[in-house]
Design a protein around this ligand. Sequence first.
Ligand code: ADP
Ligand code: MG
Length: 484
Amino acid sequence: MQATPTPSGAISANASGTTSAQSSSADFSSLPLSPAMLSNLQQLGYQTMTPIQAASLPAALAGNDLIAQAKTGSGKTAAFALTLLARLNPRWFAVQGLVLCPTRELADQVTVEIRRLARAEENIKVVTLCGGVALRGQRASLEHGAHIVVGTPGRIMDHLARGYLTLEGLNTLVLDEADRMLDMGFFDDIATVVKQAPQARQTLLFSATYPEGIDKLARQFMRTPQKITVAAPVAESTIAQRFYQVERSNRLQTVVQLLLHFRPVSTIAFCNTKQQCKDLLTLLQAQGLQALALYGELEQRERDQVLAQFANRSCSVLVATDVASRGLDITQLEAVINVDITPDPEVHVHRIGRTGRAGEAGLALSLASMNEMGAVGKIEQYQNAPSVWYPLTDLTPSSQAALLPPMATLQILGGRKEKIRAGDVLGALTGDEGGPAFTREQIGKIQVTEFCTFVGVTRNVAQMACDKLNVARVKGKSVKVRLL
Ligand code: ADP
Ligand code: MG
């Protein structure tokens, strides 16, 4: 990883990580972090900094305002979380760090990451404040003392207006997924919140893209920010892009053919509209595929459930709009299908950048009809590479077996409110109570949400695991469990 100042004063990092001259600078130990934090990072498996971390952390830890841009999944959360934690005084019970996020999922993900990183320090309280949940409980959490607040602008405004939250002690403000917050029309809400923060503070802005509104935010709320960009040229990645020409009449059926031909374990199918999502979902389910959809207007609980099932690999296809899927942290994704071509080439690159991470090959399949060729042309220009077309006749089923996900999901009706922790569930499944013990390999992701817990288990033992958990006790209490 190399960070070089450019004539404009911006710092750009070479994402391919080929230079060795400064290779030691990718070590977390080159940063002014406590030994406890360094060993925690080791334990978390964070061996070296990602390019955006290496490019932003030295400046951020030195107290500078930053505008940091890098694609989804590049480790931006830890870049600001480590900065927040380094400046925090745990003995002082005041909100010292505030992270504004566009959606509740993102706020939850950020909270989880901050808590993981904060394990090294004594008792640091992180409170999430988002809509869709009663204010009263959140107020109580604040009264118990919070060091860091993570939330959506609207809900934070509510707490500020009611006097439940004050920002007098704030020293670090983070705008995460700033592009997305602008998309969602949060500019004025952000302004309202920021006006209540002290002038003397550090402001960090993170974004996957750099739309015009970012400069406006920077002008109003930041002090001579440094710009840090990590470019990830598509050509250097391991994503195989294939284009297929379709007609309106066979577009959705072609998605099925692609799935049966390539048989990816996890696929996101991007549609331009909610209606297209619904139509595709109906078709996929009718053909026996395990598919779920994510679009606006789903209730929070439904969204949580869909995301949990997709992330733990018990759903083969997630049908989604761009807005709904922004910022999701799905680490293993074999394929992305562009069911519709997006008119915005930046969005296209963003969509396909979700597959082929961490050196694994990814498949990006795009369906285009004649009237989308203009949009395809824009993508070619943007990527500076021609699109490569494949005939639909190539698409033959590569196996007679049904395409089923490797895992299934159990839902325990009880979560953080009941003080259930992932370890308790693991203990119950690997213990002797209620039937034969399961091995660690048969158990996947365990995700505890506020009111329920999702447990991924190998598909062929799912019913047994469900029966066992219904008999065995979790944390000394019996629980209700169902197989989703
Ligand atoms: P972004 O906000 O840029 O979309 P995230 O912060 O959500 O990305 O990080 C993506 C994933 O990478 C997370 O699962 C996170 O735990 C992991 N990660 C972050 N930093 C490192 C690191 N230095 N080494 C290994 N994994 C990391
Ligand atoms: Mg992020």
